[in-house]
Design a protein around this ligand. Structure first.
Ligand code: AMP
Length: 216
């Protein structure tokens, strides 16, 4: 099963992708996680990447495409993968199409998580992420059992460097301009399924499972 999760930042793509990956036994590939790992490199390229992300800008296609190409070529992706955060532009979607044709693979479904913008801003402002396993929490909606510690791996929770007010405005505007048009792109390809992402993680996951015809 090869799937893409589309949606605004903080729409819940990461949480749903993680649950789906577990359920379907395929890897969850988050372009943001791959880039955050690459940005930790103590090199000029790593530093530049970190700066771009902190501002809320998209990184260049060649950098993200190379990371996705390398990751999807790993043996654990042979039976499929869940893409979260990629593609984010029309060029990236075209590149992905070519990659899939070259490797004789196809996409099964593109899930679009719909969440109104005021809710997105609220979620981004209160988001905390695990510094160890990247699980997400929210100070009000989904607080951890022990304050500032991840429920899954116990690592400290942090605020993402790009969850600042300025970067949030930038990321939302980039989403509207560059990523939202992909909804139409995949609708025309008859791959798009839209899910109401306003509910909590569990209810949204149940809705996705119903839509895909799998048990939650
Ligand atoms: P995310 O964790 O998906 O919210 O991504 C965090 C940041 O990583 C984004 O704001 C971008 O700076 C960068 N990023 C993630 N995915 C992509 C992509 N497909 N293309 C370009 N930049 C990306």
């Amino acid at each position: 099963m090869r799937q893409i999760l589309l949606g605004a930042p903080a729409a819940g793509k990461g949480s749903q992708a993680r649950l789906l990956a577990e359920k379907l036994g395929v890897p969850h590939i988050s372009s943001g996680d791959l880039l955050r790992a690459a940005a930790k490199a103590d090199t000029p390229e790593g530093k530049a990447l970190g700066e771009t992300m902190k501002r809320g800008d998209l990184v260049s296609d060649d950098v993200v495409v190379k990371l996705i190409q390398d990751r999807t070529a790993q043996p654990d992706c042979a039976k499929g993968f869940i893409l979260d955060g990629f593609p984010r532009t029309a060029d990236q979607a075209n590149t992905l199409d070519r990659m899939l044709v070259d490797t004789k693979q196809n996409l099964d479904v593109v899930l679009n998580l719909e969440v109104p913008e005021d809710e997105i801003v609220r979620r981004m402002s209160g988001r905390r992420v695990c510094s160890g396993c990247s699980a997400t929490f929210h100070v009000v909606n989904m607080p951890p059992v022990v304050a500032d510690k991840c429920d899954h791996c116990g690592s400290p929770l942090i605020t993402r460097a790009d969850d600042t007010e300025e970067a949030i405005v930038k990321r939302l505007s980039t989403y509207r301009q560059q990523t939202q048009p992909l909804i139409e792109y995949y609708r025309e390809k008859k791959l798009l399924r839209t899910v109401d992402g306003r509910e909590g993680v569990e209810k949204t996951f149940e809705a996705i499972c119903r839509l895909l015809g799998i048990e939650a």
